[in-house]
Design a protein around this ligand. Structure first.
Ligand SMILES: *Cc1c(COP(=O)(O)O)cnc(C)c1O
Length: 386
């Protein structure tokens, strides 16, 4: 039987044709496809601005810089995320810290955030930026986090890398509440450009700053130059930027991928609902469903419920892998990584994230997954857990 991966990209003939057309065109980079992709992404997310970059890690880095993160500032994020959610702050020379998760949503806990903010306020140690993560595609508690941002004066940088197409209170993530939201187009993510990332923001000045940071801090537009130009060749560097530009090949692929976002999302949601039903009798804690939000279903993470089975997560993982099923674990809490321990973090610092990480498994979920493949996953789980 064929291996079932935990995720698999979906690339259509239309996607391939769009990329080939770029290869035959005049622009491989800095052409018309990039602004088209950005405009389509912004429109889909009901937000004024979208800035595409090389990957979501660069998007987080540049967004931190644009939001004023630097030496002497603090950034807080969720320990239940990919390394990039925290590393981006360290790139800027800032201090990073974590806020524990809500065991139900597995996202950054709002009560824990409030408690930490109140303590930090008395010490004059408030964060400049908080990076909540839409884990697995389930939107985090953005309105509540926005209210805390306004009360305590920090910026919200939403890591929506898992959440392209997710909705909260009827609005797409990336549209409101956060000062900026970051999306990933890595091959395992919902929309892919191979590697790629996007920042959305309602703030025109922030978008402008992101565009500068993406391309060497360089200005060519005559209206923006600080000195009258001698001729049209003149460019000025206004700040220290990078080269984080997305190619035309990637932008054309991303634009084409946006066409099947809704059908892919519907397929993911249907498979998740089918898992919910098929796994109901097993000692597994399934992903939360909340009335006010719709997950993008990037992941279907379950927890092996130690109160109802003696089987360990490692045993269940091994049984699935032995049956050629590409189960995975998201995530090892960032603060328990050797690099972060050297910064002073310890196991035990964020117990809810650690307890979750000790029990979780991400089951295969991707739009092309068949019911037969899903049944195979469920059968192995039944064998090992009964
Ligand atoms: C994938 C991912 C990133 C990094 O995305 P890249 O595009 O691979 O740089 C950041 N945060 C989260 C939560 C992710 O899952």
């Amino acid at each position: 039987m064929a291996f079932i991966p935990y995720s698999r990209q979906q690339v259509s003939e239309e996607d391939i044709a769009a990329v080939v057309a770029v290869l035959r065109s005049d622009f491989l980079t800095q052409g018309p496809e990039l602004p088209r992709f950005e405009a389509a992404f912004a429109q889909r997310h009901q937000v004024a601005h979208a800035v595409a970059v090389t990957n979501a890690t660069a998007a987080l880095h540049l967004a931190c810089l644009a939001l004023g993160v630097g030496p002497g500032t603090r950034v807080w994020t969720s320990p239940n995320s990919f390394l990039a959610s925290a590393n981006c702050a360290l790139y800027c020379g800032a201090q990073v810290d974590f806020v524990d998760i809500d065991p139900r949503t597995r996202n950054l806990s709002v009560p824990a955030l409030r408690a930490r903010l109140e303590a930090a306020a008395t010490l004059g140690a408030l964060p400049r930026v908080v990076i909540p993560v839409d884990f697995g595609g389930l939107p985090c508690d953005l309105p509540e986090i926005r209210a805390l941002a306004d009360e305590f004066g920090f910026a919200v940088l939403e890591d929506a890398s898992h959440a392209t197409g997710a909705r909260l209170h009827g609005r797409p993530v990336g549209s409101a509440w956060a000062d900026a939201s970051v999306f990933s187009f890595h091959a395992v993510k919902i929309v892919t450009t191979g590697e790629g990332g996007m920042v959305t923001t309602p703030d025109a000045a922030l978008a402008e700053r992101l565009r500068l940071l993406r391309s060497h801090g360089m200005v060519r537009d005559a209206a923006q130059l600080r000195s009258p130009p001698e001729g049209p060749w003149v460019y000025e560097q206004h700040l220290l930027g990078w080269n984080c530009r997305m190619t035309e090949l990637q932008a054309a692929l991303g634009l084409s991928q946006m066409q099947h976002l809704d059908t892919a999302h519907a397929r993911r949601a249907a498979l998740a609902e089918r898992y919910d039903g098929l796994l109901a009798a097993l000692p597994l804690i399934r992903p939360a469903r909340l009335a006010d939000r719709v997950s993008a279903w990037h992941l279907y993470p379950v927890e092996v419920d130690g109160a109802r089975t003696d089987r360990t997560r490692a045993e269940v993982f091994a049984a699935l892998r032995a049956a050629d099923i590409g189960v995975n674990v998201h995530y090892i809490p960032i603060h328990t990584q050797p690099y972060y321990r050297e910064l002073g973090f310890r196991p035990g610092d964020f117990p809810a994230a650690e307890a979750y990480a000790a029990r979780t498994l991400s089951l295969p979920l991707f739009p092309q997954m068949t019911h037969d493949e899903q049944d195979r996953v469920v059968e192995v789980l039944q064998q090992v857990l009964r």
